[in-house]
Design a binder for this molecule. Structure first.
Ligand code: T6T
Length: 323
């Protein structure tokens, strides 16, 4: 009799937990780095496509600036509402660890998309923040290396260049800079990489920083804009100095503004990430976790390089970010 009660209780418990994750009840919140960035808007498009395919709900909640101080209260409010999973682009590798641990301790499955916390290696029993199930993103070191190769080819393998970047502590943009510098150091010894200019995701600041670098180094040959706002600002700075024909701009990210700058000749190449893929596979990974399946701890997505040769190709158009 006791065993019967026990097994009845067990069955009841199991059915409650599987009801909690009945397909139509699954809720996932996607928290971007910031809500107004075409990169994350496109990521949400991919997330919604996966939600529709699965018959689940994904909502999009974020701050208006890429800042852990602003992202944390958004995350806490989401934790309070208690979705089954959170997909998040953490805005700082260390400052977002404790806020995300709160989500984990509340029983919410955490997956990071685009950026990572700690060392980005999850579920390996090592490090300070092992609890996210998966990291879904571009290969940012590899993308930085690609940018260096395009830069070196455009400037003939020699000259002064610099990286326009957001701020230290962001996994993606740190890794792009690391890859860019490593590629130059290993394969292009005649390229001198000047000090990085940090712009706080402000394109106007990135433009004025170009003017200042140009004032100090009138022979600067190229700028690598390590994300959308950095690249946009660097391009605007080069344009204001009337140097579009002489100075190479390699952009990371591909909103329509950058694509227009490729058509006009201001930007030489853009390394487009595939944010819709990141959103799609982020949702699929969360769904797998919530339905008791295992997931890869890292899921890598691709790049498409856009330049003057292919900018009008209709197969390329799908990689331009939505606004
Ligand atoms: O480059 C993307 C993203 O990958 C990065 O983490 C932050 O900046 C962007 O959102 C572009 O603005």
């Amino acid at each position: 009799m006791r065993n019967f009660i026990k097994s009845t209780l067990l069955a009841a418990t199991l059915s409650v937990s599987s009801m909690a994750h009945a397909q139509e009840d699954i809720t996932i919140t996607l928290i971007p780095g910031l809500t107004t960035d075409a990169f994350y808007i496109t990521m949400n498009r991919g997330a919604q496509a996966a939600a529709k395919a699965l018959g689940i709900t994904v909502d999009f909640q974020g701050a208006e600036e890429f800042d852990p101080v602003l992202q944390t209260p958004v995350l806490d409010a989401v934790i309070g509402r208690g979705p089954d999973a959170i997909l998040i682009a953490p805005t700082d590798t260390t400052q977002m660890i404790e806020p995300l641990r709160r989500a984990h301790e509340a029983g919410i499955a955490v997956i990071t998309v685009d950026t990572f916390i700690d060392d980005g290696k999850y579920q390996d029993g090592l490090g300070d923040a092992d609890f996210p199930y998966s990291y879904v993103a571009s290969d940012n070191v590899g993308g930085g290396r690609m940018a260096a190769q395009f830069m070196a080819a455009e400037i003939g393998g020699k000259g002064k260049v610099y990286v326009s970047n957001v701020r230290p502590g962001i996994s993606t943009t740190d890794q792009r800079e690391e890859g860019f510098k490593a590629e130059m150091a290993e394969n292009f010894p005649d390229v001198e990489v000047l000090d990085t200019q940090y712009n706080e995701n402000d394109a106007s600041l990135a433009a004025s920083q170009f003017q200042a670098v140009y004032a100090r180094h009138s022979d600067v040959a190229g700028v690598f804009g390590a994300n959308l706002f950095s690249a946009l600002g660097a391009g605007n700075g080069v344009e204001s100095a009337n140097k579009a024909d002489d100075i190479t701009v390699i952009a990371f990210d591909a909103p329509t503004s950058i694509v227009n700058n490729i058509s006009s000749g201001l930007v030489d190449a853009a390394i487009a990430q595939h944010p819709a893929e990141i959103g799609y596979f982020g949702v699929m990974a969360a769904y797998a976790v919530l339905t008791g399946n295992s997931v890869p701890t890292t899921i890598g997505t691709g790049f498409t390089v856009i330049n003057a040769e292919n900018v009008n190709d209709e197969n390329i158009a799908k990689y331009i970010y939505s606004e």
